[in-house]
Design a protein around this ligand. Structure first.
Ligand code: BES
Ligand code: MN
Ligand code: ZN
Length: 490
């Protein structure tokens, strides 16, 4: 599995700067002012840094950018990275600078002369998020990720903040690993096993097998998995860091390890991308990991429905009617609209068992959300303005795109079935909304709920500032912040 990069903190000491190998990074303000570390570096390289700054080397740079000088004379380092930051840098500028340092580092260790820069952990987070590569299945050419050494005047004050930062990065990296993993490796059983391993972090993890799911009446979930040789599972992960007895926040994830579409088979082109159809469950898992690592003072329960959607002689057919755990019956029109069938049972189970203070589900649910919002925003659906606005604020603060979509009775009507309580699809128009309406039928009155359709944001075809192309880990940062801002005890 991929490793989060090592971030260490040492005492700021300009005397040893000339001997630093790898890459040396120093701070220059957008106006071109050299901070103490940069001034020392400038002396060692006989004024080359000042000449670059004065010679318009930073002309096009803005706060958060990095400009590099290669093979600077007078330094042992291979490169001098000039980090453009004002004295009072924002979180965004610091994260962006960290990500850029990581992106240009290659495999070299970066020693960052932070001096007395405040909130340097934000820069470390940007660095850690960007240093990711999924190379587990390459026999050669696996990338070595760069490490970050932060030279700071008060190293001891940074420890706690850096640990929190690394908890976030580790959660994001776990989500990315799970989403990147091919379906022959990340089978339903392997997925559950990886979640059970998180018991070591203090999470309480239970795996419900097919017999138990049958007993609970989760027929819609089981019907999706019945065409696969891999057994369906529901995994429950509890983090009880809050006040004993306080209702938890429930995070529910779609974990379809591979979505062929079933009997309503998908076209061959691009089907390989459906290894990411467990992205919702992957995000729930990564978030639970982060919460445990940073010992969040909140009660949060993560529940994931893990299945594989395959065509076989035993698979569900269009026209079949199945009964959900809630008791409502569903006419299957299209076996490729399987995510909602998995989620509706897990949502119902989550509410029956935990009486949660709120429910947030995440799912790579519809192709239609990609048509509507592209890869820049997840679709946000909610029955409650308060929890919804809290989430949108958390997502905005973390730079994770999220856009609210409507719900309403007119959309819900599209799910009417002539022979059962509802159909599993509502037609092509507003496909993401009718999918959300389907889910809302399984939310009890008065339970604040958010549905996040992450089909467009869970995996991207070109790199972003904070992730190489592929799985992004979208949502871990926003959910962790939401928990911190709204659910953690003072
Ligand atoms: N897993 C897909 C949605 C998806 C599409 C995720 C592209 C990521 C990228 C989902 O199960 C699905 O197949 N949805 C159908 C629903 C339709 C049959 C109503 C879709 O979007 O086409
Ligand atoms: Mn599908
Ligand atoms: Zn799917």
């Amino acid at each position: 599995m991929s490793q989060s990069p090592k971030v260490s903190v040492v005492e700021f000491d300009v005397k040893t700067m000339g001997d630093v190998t790898g890459r040396l990074a120093v701070i220059v303000s957008p106006e071109g002012d050299l901070d103490p570390g940069a001034r020392s570096a400038n002396r060692l390289c006989k004024g080359a840094l000042a000449r670059m700054v004065e010679g318009e080397g930073l002309k096009k740079a803005k706060a958060g950018d990095v400009v590099s000088l290669s093979w600077p004379a007078g330094l042992a380092a291979k490169a001098l990275d000039v980090v453009v930051l004002p004295k009072k840098a924002t979180q965004e500028q610091l994260r962006s600078a960290g990500a850029r340092l990581a992106a240009c580092a290659g495999e070299e260790t970066v020693t960052f002369m932070a001096g007395s820069l405040p909130n340097v952990e934000d820069l470390a987070l940007g660095f850690a998020l960007r240093s990711y590569s999924f190379d587990d299945h390459k026999s050669a050419d696996a990338a070595t990720l760069p490490d970050l050494v932060i030279a700071h005047k008060k190293p001891e004050t940074l420890e706690a903040a850096i640990a929190t930062t690394l908890a976030l990065a580790e959660g994001v990296h776990m989500t990315r690993d799970l989403v990147s993993e091919p379906a022959n490796v990340l089978t339903t059983t392997e997925f559950a096993n990886r979640l059970v391993e998180m018991q070591d972090l203090g999470l309480e993890v239970e795996v419900l097998d097919e017999d138990q799911l049958e007993e609970l009446g989760m027929r819609t979930l089981l019907s999706v998995g019945q065409g696969s040789d891999s057994p369906s599972k529901v995994v429950v992960m509890q983090w009880n860091g809050g006040t004993k007895g306080d209702a938890p926040l429930a995070l529910v994830g779609k974990g379809v390890v591979f979505d062929t579409g079933g009997i309503s088979l998908k076209p061959a082109g691009g089907m390989e991308d459906m290894t990411m159809d467990m992205g919702g469950a992957g995000t729930v898992a990564g978030t639970m990991r982060t919460l445990a690592l940073r010992k969040a003072k909140a009660n949060v329960v993560g529940l994931v429905g893990i299945v594989e959607n395959m065509p076989s002689g035993n698979a569900i057919r269009p026209g079949d009617v199945v009964k959900s755990m809630k008791g409502d019956t569903v006419e299957i029109i299209n076996t490729d609209a399987e995510g909602r069938l998995v989620l509706c049972d897990v949502l119902w189970y989550a509410q029956e068992r935990f009486e949660p203070a709120g429910v947030i589900d995440l799912a790579t649910l519809t192709g239609a959300i990609i048509i509507g919002l592209g890869h820049e925003n997840a679709g946000v659906f909610s029955n409650d303005d308060t929890i919804c606005n809290h989430f949108l604020a958390a997502a905005a603060a973390e730079g994770e795109g999220a856009w609210r979509m409507p719900l309403g009775a007119a959309y819900d009507k599209k799910l009417k079935s002539p022979i059962a309580d509802m159909k599993n699809i509502g037609g092509r128009p507003a496909g993401s909304i009718t999918a959300a309406q389907f889910l809302q039928r399984f939310i009890k009155d008065g339970v604040p709920w958010i549905h996040l359709d992450i089909a467009g944001v869970a995996s991207v075809a070109s790199g972003t500032p904070f992730a190489p192309k592929g799985s992004t880990g979208w949502g871990v940062l926003a959910l962790s912040r939401l928990v911190q801002d709204q659910y953690e005890a003072e």
